[in-house]
Ligand binder design. Structure first.
Ligand SMILES: Nc1nc2c(ncn2[C@@H]2O[C@H](COP(=O)(O)OP(=O)(O)OP(=O)(O)O)[C@@H](O)[C@H]2O)c(=O)[nH]1
Ligand SMILES: [Mg+2]
Length: 325
């Protein structure tokens, strides 16, 4: 198995092995992850999310190239990329697609690309993505780009791992309110309208602007934690064309500005604390549940459950029974 030193020294093979172990079953590598934990906490985590096919991977490709160029050879920036693959584990379609979209980056020793499939992940995809990000973080990757398809709650959770969340839209999806439904709109720090070369970009921007105002309006009335803390960052809307690089410079500038904003306003620390609290509570819940389940007599558990199903007792009464045990 990989050692802490292998990870800290950035040995790609060891990192890769540890990431695979995390993906298969985190519980086998918690000792090593514990050591890694003390060396993480330095990376800027940037989430890129949005509906399928909006051009997220293409943008990640451009962003990684641009950030690499921005930093001098004397102090290069190592970039980690985690592409969370929402597709069925059997098709592997998105992984293949990402490989093609990010082919420019292959061979760059300062870039580490990893796809995570949803298959068999214990403790949830968000937990394993977070653990993977920590490994890359400890290995010296100071910028970590996390691509997810913003379609459901688990994607929102993954996006929430990031310090900076980029929501990607594209023309022709103007009426698509997927992003709003899944709550992505409220958490976006930067909005991108990609495929600005296509028709309907004005319409897409108009709809986005209206939705954004609506999201932030309801955000305030519903008393969201983020808008309370975040009074002065106004999420910009940036047009890009990921296939030729248009708008990428602007996007890079906004990502850097957002990071500076977070640090200067102390929000960086507040978000970190909030994220870790949330993550820890998920771990705790998981842990306690599994411990309880393994201690509770299976026949009794099955019987109580059968009684709930046949409506002999209610779920609330069942909880009481479990509680008394
Ligand atoms: N015309 C045009 N096509 C683009 C642009 N950006 C990406 N594409 C194309 O759109 C398609 C999807 O791009 P991806 O980068 O794979 O999109 P994605 O959001 O990562 O897709 P999923 O990961 O499957 O959700 C590809 O064929 C890209 O070449 C753009 O700015 N303009
Ligand atoms: Mg993609």
């Amino acid at each position: 198995m990989s050692s802490l030193n292998d990870i800290l020294s950035g040995n790609r093979y060891s990192i890769s092995r540890l990431l695979t172990a995390i993906e298969n079953d985190v519980s086998n590598v918690t000792d090593l992850l514990s050591e890694v934990y003390f060396h993480a906490g330095n990376a800027h985590l940037v989430g890129i999310t949005g509906a399928s096919g909006t051009g997220k991977s293409s943008l990640v490709n451009q962003l990684a190239k641009a950030f690499r160029q921005l930093h001098s050879e004397a102090s290069p920036l190592k970039i980690g990329i985690i592409a969370v693959d929402p597709s069925s584990p059997f098709t592997g379609g998105a992984i293949l697609g990402d490989r093609i979209r990010m082919k420019d980056l292959v061979g760059d020793p300062g870039i580490f690309i990893r796809s995570v499939a949803t298959r068999g992940v214990l403790g949830g995809l968000a937990a394993s993505t977070s653990a993977m990000a920590q490994v890359l973080d400890a290995a010296g990757y100071r910028l970590i780009l996390i691509e997810t398809v913003g379609a459901g709650q688990s994607e929102v959770e993954i996006a929430n791992l990031a310090h900076t969340i980029i929501v990607v839209e594209s023309p022709g999806m103007g009426d698509d309110i997927q992003a709003i439904k899944s709550g992505i709109m409220e958490i976006g720090d930067i909005f991108v309208i990609n495929k600005a070369d296509l028709q309907g970009v004005e319409e897409a921007e108009r709809v986005l602007r209206a939705n954004l105002q609506f999201a932030h309006l309801s955000d305030q009335t519903i008393n969201s934690s983020k808008s309370d803390l975040n009074p002065t960052w106004i999420p910009p809307i940036i047009r890009t064309i990921a296939i030729n690089g248009y708008g990428i410079e602007m996007l890079v500038r906004n990502i850097i500005e957002h990071k500076e904003f977070l640090i200067n306003s102390d929000l960086w620390k507040i978000y970190e604390a909030r994220r870790m609290r949330r993550e820890f509570h998920v771990m705790l819940r998981d842990h306690l549940y599994h411990r309880w389940l393994s201690n509770y007599p299976k026949e009794k558990h099955d019987q109580v459950l059968a009684d709930v199903i046949s409506r002999k007792i209610s779920p609330w009464q069942a909880l009481k029974l479990f509680n008394e045990w």
